[in-house]
Each structure stands twice: as C-alpha cells, then as structure tokens.
Design a protein around this ligand. Structure first.
Ligand code: SAH
Ligand code: DHB
Ligand code: MG
Length: 223
C-alpha cells in the first residue's frame, strides 16, 4: 500500500459521497490565500465529525483549535436549531479567516469563536458556567492535550463525546522515548484516557490525504 493509493481512495470516497461542496471548497481556498497551514481535517474526517455530532444528538459543542474553521463548518452544520459551537483559537489571523469562512457558509450565528490561548479561554468558559458540552473536539497544540482532557471532563456530563485529532502521528505515538513534545503530549493523553474510570474510549488509525494519523474517541460515563 502506497501513500498515493491511500490518497486515491480518499479522493474516490470524496467524489462518490459528495464530501466537498462550495462552502467547504471556498473555506480551503480562503485559508490557502491567507497563508494558513493546510492542516485542516480531511473532507472524510470532517464529515465523520458531523456524523458523530448528529449520532450523539449534540446541541452544544466545543472545539479547541479552529484554524480557518473547516472542521467548525462540519460541526456547526450538525447543530440543531438553538444549538451552538464554541471554538477556541489562539492566532488572531486564523480567527479572522475562520470568521469570514463561517459567515460565507451561513453559520456565523451558530458559532462563538473566542480568540486567546485555550488555557485561558477554557478557564473563562469554566468560570462563566458554560457547558456541559455534548461533544468536544480537541485539535490544537498537542503538548497541552492532557490539560485539555481535564478541562473537557469538567465541561462534560455523562454521555458527552470527546474526540482528539492526530493521535497516531505517522506511528510515532508508540515511541516511549520520543523527545517530540507533540508525541509526549499525545501519549500522555491516551494513557490518561485509559486510566480515567469515567471514560470508555478507543483510538482509530486513519490513512489518506492526511497521511497516517488517527482519532481517539471517548464517551463520558457516570463517575
Ligand atoms: N480544527 C481545525 C484545524 C486546527 S489546526 C480543522 O480541522 O479545520 C490547530 C489550531 O490550533 C491552529 O489554528 C493553531 O493556531 C491553534 N492553536 C495552537 N495552540 C493553541 C492554543 N494554545 N490555544 C488555542 N489554539 C491554539
Ligand atoms: C498539524 C496539526 C493538526 O491538527 C493536524 O491535523 C495536522 C498537522 C501540525 O501542527 O502539523
Ligand atoms: Mg488536527
């Protein structure tokens, strides 16, 4: 199996299942135009986020790491009337591009985009009594993932779905001796999820246009 073959499969799924549309394409074009890194979830992964949100009946969602709002569009489209996505982004330029993308997609009023370090914006959300959220998607700086897990749990209820992106890292996640802070943070959060009695969890490897990576998925149970 080659990378090109895995990408061809993603491309065929995207075509056969209509995983792209003008608003999503426009968001990716605006991101590229603004010089944002092309590290959004793939079309198939974005659709998975939206499907998981709908399967969970999620009304209130939290995203950590907005970038240009590509994944936010998928989550916001899954929000029922009266629901909301709160999305957290540290980079003001990313946030500005995301705001324009969300507005162009007709989703601005369903999204509360907060600019600042997630460490701070999460503390503010807790302080204002936000939550519980029904779904939390964590996709920001990977060294902070153990902290984001702790925050997500405080902002959750039994039944909340937690999703962590980029937990495979081209296989580097198995390297216990890694000096890469993203690998260290990913290993730590997976191990913390495994120890956490309230969580029932799995991790799934993915291949395709994002290379070899994966998601961790968990659901919060009773304490
Ligand atoms: N979820 C997006 C991709 C996010 S990329 C998508 O799939 O479309 C990761 C984002 O996290 C970047 O925009 C980066 O600026 C942001 N980020 C990094 N560190 C952060 C922090 N400490 N707080 C909030 N956002 C952060
Ligand atoms: C990177 C971050 C991501 O969230 C992702 O999905 C892919 C790459 C990165 O920082 O390189
Ligand atoms: Mg990611």
């Amino acid at each position: 199996m080659t990378e090109a073959e895995a990408e061809a499969v993603d491309a065929w799924f995207a075509d056969a299942l209509s995983l792209s549309d003008p608003a999503l394409d426009a968001a990716l074009a605006a991101n590229a135009e603004a010089g944002l890194p092309a590290i959004d979830v793939s079309p198939a992964q974005g659709k998975l986020l939206g499907l998981l949100a709908r399967m969970a009946g999620a009304r209130r969602m939290l995203e950590i790491g907005t970038l240009g709002g590509y994944s936010t569009i998928h989550l916001a489209r899954a929000v029922p009337d009266g629901g909301r996505v709160v999305t957290l982004e540290v980079d003001p330029k990313h946030a500005e591009v995301a705001r324009a993308n969300l507005a162009r997609a007709g989703l601005a009023e369903r999204v509360d985009l907060r600019v600042g370090r997630a460490l701070d914006t999460l503390a503010a959300l807790e302080a204002e009594g936000a939550g519980p959220f029904d779904l939390v998607f964590v996709d920001a700086d990977k060294p902070s993932n153990p902290h984001y897990l702790a925050c997500a749990l405080r902002l959750s209820r039994p039944g909340t779905v937690l999703i962590f992106d980029n937990v495979v890292r081209e296989g580097a996640v198995v390297d216990a001796a890694s000096a890469d802070a993203s690998v260290v943070g990913t290993r730590a959060v997976i191990e913390a999820i495994g120890r956490e009695k309230r969580l029932s969890a799995t991790a799934i490897q993915t291949l395709g246009v994002k290379g070899w990576d994966g998601f961790a998925l968990a659901i919060v149970g009773e304490a």
